[in-house]
Write a protein that binds this ligand. Structure first.
Ligand code: ATP
Length: 224
């Protein structure tokens, strides 16, 4: 089972991708010695506001990121099935394909609602979870998790813990790097309002992604 190194995946809608996804992810990768991460775009889940941006555009924006960050790649498994995919089922499929340990990355807000995820206990048996600090929300620890690892500017992760992450399941790593206060919602709002000035500083999202958005007139308010 452990001949292949662990695979790390970061699931999201990435509608659009932004620095809040990338900066803490890169810091966690460095601290945990993770050399590659698959960005795994999902079908837009039912609880998210419907936005008229196709999966192809979301993929194209991720592709731009991966071209400038060779440590990232796109894991397209969820977009290639027509159904809304549950993380648990996706992880099962990936485990079957790769036969190795899996790590799944999410922000603290997602971890906050983790107990409402489909078969969340099963997810803990299939992977480790790397939680990125978002808006300085404290980590809502779960009784069911037996090992928490703290990782941040002042918390070096021991070799033994790194090794545990590459062979075990059900470990939660709490990453507390400085938070980037941005969401895709905020970016979409700015674009809908035609407010490009702040976006052009490059503080919220990479300028190459913004360029793509402008070129394809994504997220603009539909004119009556
Ligand atoms: P939206 O505003 O449309 O809800 P979002 O900004 O939350 O989108 P998603 O692509 O839905 O972005 O998020 C994917 C994952 O990335 C989630 O687990 C989320 O918690 C995490 N994430 C998003 N933004 C941040 C951020 N600023 N800091 C840390 N984690 C983040």
């Amino acid at each position: 089972m452990n001949s292949t190194p662990a695979i790390t995946l970061f699931g999201g809608t990435f509608n659009p991708p932004h620095w809040g996804h990338l900066k803490p992810l890169k810091q966690a990768m460095t601290a945990l010695d993770i050399s590659r991460v698959g960005l795994m775009p999902c079908h837009i889940p039912p609880h998210k506001k419907l936005i008229n941006v196709s999966a192809q555009h979301r993929l194209a924006m991720l592709d731009i990121l991966c071209k400038s960050e060779p440590s990232l790649y796109i894991e397209n498994i969820e977009l290639t099935c027509n159904d809304v995919s549950y993380t648990c089922n996706t992880l099962k499929k990936l485990k079957e394909i790769h036969q190795c340990t899996l790590n799944f990355v999410m922000g603290t807000d997602s971890f906050q609602s983790f107990k409402s995820w489909y078969q969340w206990q099963e997810i803990l048996k299939l992977c480790n979870i790397i939680v990125l600090n978002r808006n300085n929300r404290p980590l809502n620890k779960l009784q069911e998790v037996t090992q928490y690892i703290s990782c941040g500017p002042n918390d070096a992760v021991s070799l033994a813990d790194k090794e545990a992450l590459s062979i075990n399941n059900g470990i939660v790593v709490s990453c507390h790097f400085p938070t980037v206060a941005v969401s895709s919602t905020l970016i979409r709002e700015k674009l809908e309002q035609g407010d490009y000035q702040y976006l052009e500083t490059g503080e919220l999202l990479p300028l190459e992604v913004l360029e793509y958005i402008k070129q394809h007139q994504l997220y603009e308010r539909i004119k009556p």
